[in-house]
Design a protein. Sequence first.
Length: 231
Amino acid sequence: MGYYYYGYGIDFAYYGIVILSLFLGLITQSYIKRKYERWSKVDASFDGTGADVARQMLNEGGASSVGITSVAGHLTDYYDPRDNNLHLSEENMRGGSVASVAVACHEAGHAVQRAKDYAPMRVRTALVPVVNFSQNVWMLVFLAGVFMNAVGLVRIAIALFAFSVIFQLVTLPVEINASRRAVQFLETHGQGIDRQGAKEVLTAAALTYVAAALVSVVQLLYLMGRTDRRD
Ligand SMILES: [Zn+2]
């Protein structure tokens, strides 16, 4: 035939994936929001703020050189290995609720992972530049492949997309392990209420990563299946 048509228009499987993605995103986002709100009304058993407790966890985890700064927004907290700082949202930095302490310690958990050279963290950090590139270009390459009717380009696009799927899969153990470190720290230094709340908030947070990874895997399998059938 020679004519390669990807047929990306009306496809129920594709719309199924879009709906699955929106549905899981909505469910997991509202779940974490609900858990966070509930536990942000409960005072942690610690005297200090989220930043204070995170500082203690950093010091004990061999990551005392890590800085703590604030970042604007709600649930925007992250650890950046490039500047070696925890970036905590105002409410978690200055607040002393179970939710604030849990999130702050989760981010401290990432810094401790780095200090202890935790392997999945190292892999994830190494993948960041590759993924930044592949996430930006895969769709362009894909569309170019479809319009130019070039199956080779479509294959390259799918390989690029696969990188972000691998990245999301590597992210899962990193996130779960950071939460485990946080819960462990709160368990040994705080009280039952801290452990209970942290477990609920951080499990909800982990579910958002699991849902995102699941959608990506399904999307990748779909793209691979579509391309095979066109051979
Ligand atoms: Zn995290």
